[in-house]
Design a protein around this ligand. Structure first.
Ligand code: ADP
Ligand code: MG
Length: 274
């Protein structure tokens, strides 16, 4: 069905990896997403910007399958299949990755073992051989340089006592090991100093390939100084009101979000007046 629709951008000839269509979602009875539509193709880096409370994390959590959020209308297709029909763990096995805005600490669970179990689940799905403890440790050590991480972090409990920057680096390490097809990174840049930001952004860039896609959710332009997105979307009140290129992010940096809101108010007034 989707292939019959005209494509919004000239570069996208193939089926989207992720296609969100008129998505509405609520949490605890409050409507948060009010008609989000988005198409992400292999090889693309997208950024969603928007002020706090606009619904960015809600979109990420709905796509990942967080149980607190209820989809009330619309569809999400992943490689053409109904993503919303899949359990969260099946979405992850199939290659969807969510990097959390606030990564959780899991005391008592070894980071190395956590990474091994999750990575093996993904390998099984891809039909690849699972790695035992020794083989996996070698594999992780080869991967650590992507985020310039000290091997000592492997021996600790997942994220326990990690600084904000270390948690975000651990998220990108996890991403590297899971080898997702669609990575949704929610405010991966928040709370990072400039060095950590460069490391995290560099890791994300190294992992971007022609066969995968990245969706960066960010409040600030500064991440986009390091990673150049192909498309920038502005979310306001649970909808994407604007899509452009990197220039749009620069415009937001300069003018803030108010002018987009104003245009939203104007367009709603126009609809109301009809
Ligand atoms: P953003 O990531 O853009 O800052 P969020 O998606 O986190 O925005 O939040 C959008 C809105 O949804 C906010 O008004 C927030 O208070 C509300 N919201 C998010 N999660 C919950 C929840 N679990 N319960 C009630 N309201 C929520
Ligand atoms: Mg958020």
């Amino acid at each position: 069905m989707s292939s019959l629709l005209p494509c919004c951008f000239p570069v996208c000839q193939s089926e989207p990896l992720l296609e969100v269509d008129d998505l509405h979602a609520e949490v605890e009875g409050n409507a948060i997403l009010r008609g989000v539509s988005l198409r992400i193709h292999a090889g693309e880096i997208h950024a969603i910007m928007g002020r706090n409370g606009s619904g960015k994390s809600t979109l990420a959590k709905v796509v990942a399958g967080h149980p607190a959020y209820t989809v009330t209308a619309g569809t999400v297709r992943y490689r053409g299949d109904d993503l919303l029909a899949l359990e969260p763990e099946d979405r992850a096995r199939a290659g969807l990755f969510l990097g959390f805005q606030h990564p959780v600490e899991i005391p008592g669970v070894s980071n190395l073992e956590f990474l091994r179990v999750s990575s093996n689940a993904r390998r099984r799905y891809k039909g690849e051989e699972e790695l035992d403890t020794f083989a996996f440790e070698d594999h992780v050590r080869d991967t650590l340089p992507i985020v310039q991480m000290d091997p000592a972090f492997l021996e600790r409990s997942v994220n326990e006592g990690f600084s904000g920057g270390e948690k975000k680096r651990n998220e990108i390490l996890q991403m590297a090991l899971l080898d997702p097809l669609v990575a949704v990174l929610d405010e991966t840049d928040s709370g990072l100093d400039i060095d950590a930001l460069r490391i995290v952004a560099g890791g994300v860039q190294q992992l971007a390939r022609p066969d995968n896609a990245t969706l960066l959710i960010t409040h600030y332009q500064r991440l986009l100084d390091v990673i150049t997105p192909d498309f920038v979307h502005v979310m306001v009140n649970g909808r994407i009101l604007r899509t452009g290129d990197k220039g749009l992010a620069l415009e937001l940096e300069e003018r803030g979000y108010d002018w987009v809101d104003q245009e939203d108010a104007d367009s709603l007034a126009e609809v109301g007046a009809r």
